[in-house]
Design a protein around this ligand. Structure first.
Ligand SMILES: Cc1ncc(COP(=O)(O)O)c(C=O)c1O
Length: 465
């Protein structure tokens, strides 16, 4: 019998996070204000607690995970690594397909890995409540769960289109004691402005971030902080336990190194969590193809320039050096709501600039076809975001078949789709379509977003292409 599962014990959970910033060949460009000045930690202090601000700026390669936080993480970790033998057979591929299953966390995705960390550090700092945004609802529910674990209040601004498409996510958040409101809302100045300008907007992650940041900074007591589920360095950092565990599990499977590592990328944290420990190996000589996958209709890595842009639509955050479609870009209402973000994590973006990663974009219908093939072979129902990684895996497994090569593919199974069935229903009823941004729309969003902002240099060593 072929071995399909590679279980670790609690004591195998990594004791440290891996910080790619310490190993990137070209250092990350700093955060800036719209007039080009450097952003100081004090400027960030209205939004985030200082312990996380320090972590975000750290250049240490390894950062210890505090023991009480490890104990919280151990309630659902280590996460399983499995081999998809039935999909391999259906594809008639010589490739071996392994997947790291993050869907087994309480909220059903990788998001609690950083939600627990952020909630815990905020609690240590003396924060009483957190605000945040959520796209598909995975992040919002992960943060509500985590706040319940450490004793914080939580308020979530959920992108309107996902709020309507995924009502059960709101109930999850409420069950964990949080509140969830559709964004744009009338609760914030930014929200009221968006509604006035675009009364029928489906909302976007950029808009919801503006609302959540405003809700945090407008509490002058300092007891409310904002929490971001992706994009920032400390979020990437917290997720790196995924890839570190996967390495130990691949070793149990007798795999020295994977040939291909694949993860879907919205703001970049799921991808980074799995991939960064392997990017480290690549920097140090291993040959690995590392692929972040994004939707064809929201192609920040594959189509957009690398430059400074705001993380949100209203321009309340500092400027981040990243691949960006422009903060005014509103992606079409595809079901993979967690991938509808205009930008990409600076660390992931810089790794792309360096040529360390090979980004791919895939249309929605191919992703749903992959999700259905996955369900009918392996069994589980994946999140629409995760289907992008599965679709890329299928492409690569077919390529291995054509080349007759026994490649090892590792992909990130970032979440289950048991609360995303409306998307599957729409797919079966033929109501979904592919969408490529018209060139004019793409340029318009970029021009209107980036006018007057400083440019990032996008330097690279040229070593990886
Ligand atoms: C299941 C799942 N996978 C992936 C993502 C993408 O986010 P990120 O790129 O930050 O991992 C999300 C975001 O909501 C998600 O819910």
């Amino acid at each position: 019998m072929i071995e399909q599962k590679f279980p670790l014990r609690d004591e195998d959970i990594p004791r440290q996070w891996y910080n790619l910033a310490a190993d990137l060949p070209t250092p990350l460009e700093p955060l800036r204000t719209p007039t080009g000045e450097l952003v100081t930690p004090d400027m960030m202090a209205a939004i985030f607690p200082m312990n996380l601000i320090e972590q975000d700026a750290s250049q240490e390669r390894w950062i210890d995970i505090p023991e009480p936080l490890l104990e919280l993480l151990a309630s659902y970790r280590p996460a399983p690594l499995k081999r998809a033998v039935r999909l391999e057979k259906a594809l008639d591929t010589p490739a071996k397909i392994y997947y790291k299953d993050e869907s087994t966390s309480p909220a059903g995705s990788h998001k609690p890995n950083t939600a627990l960390a952020q909630a815990w550090y905020n609690k240590q700092f003396g924060t009483k409540r957190l605000t945040t945004e959520t796209g598909a609802g995975q992040w919002g529910s992960a943060l509500c769960y985590s706040c319940a674990q450490v004793g914080l209040e939580c308020k979530v601004f959920m992108v309107r289109i996902s709020y309507d498409q995924k009502p059960y996510r709101k109930i999850l958040m409420e069950t964990w004691g949080g509140t969830c409101i559709p964004s744009p809302s009338t609760e914030t100045e930014a929200g009221r402005r968006f509604l006035e300008q675009y009364p029928d907007t489906p909302g976007s992650l950029g808009m919801a971030i503006s609302e959540a940041v405003e809700a945090a900074v407008s509490d002058t007591s300092g007891e409310t902080k904002y929490s971001l589920g992706s994009v920032l360095n400390h979020v990437m950092l917290h997720q790196t336990i995924i890839g570190q565990e996967a390495k130990k599990q691949l070793a149990m499977a007798g795999v020295k190194k994977p040939d291909i590592v694949i993860g879907c990328a919205g703001g970049g944290s799921n991808f980074a969590g799995l991939a960064f420990p392997f990017v480290n190996d690549k920097i140090h000589g291993d040959e690995i193809t590392i692929i972040p996958v994004e939707p064809q209709s929201c192609p920040s890595l594959t189509k957009a320039p690398f430059t400074y842009d705001f993380g949100d639509t209203a321009g309340m955050t500092p400027l981040l050096p990243m691949h960006t479609l422009g903060h005014n870009f509103v992606a079409p209402p595809l079901h993979a709501g967690g991938l509808r973000y205009h930008g990409m994590a600076p660390l992931v973006s810089q790794a792309v600039v360096e040529g360390l990663l090979e980004p791919m974009s895939i249309p929605q219908l191919e992703c749903y076809a992959a999700a259905v093939q996955w369900a009918r072979t392996e069994g589980p129902i994946c999140a629409p975001e995760t289907s992008h990684a599965i679709a890329a895996t299928i492409r690569e497994a077919k390529k291995a078949r054509e080349e007759g090569r026994e490649k090892v593919i590792l992909f990130g199974y970032s979440g289950h789709g048991l609360l995303d069935l409306a998307g599957y229903d729409a797919y079966f009823k033929g109501r979904l379509e592919d969408y490529e941004i018209p060139e004019e729309e793409f340029r318009k969003a970029l021009l209107s977003s980036l006018e007057g902002l400083p440019k990032a240099e996008g330097k690279k060593t040229g070593k990886w292409g």
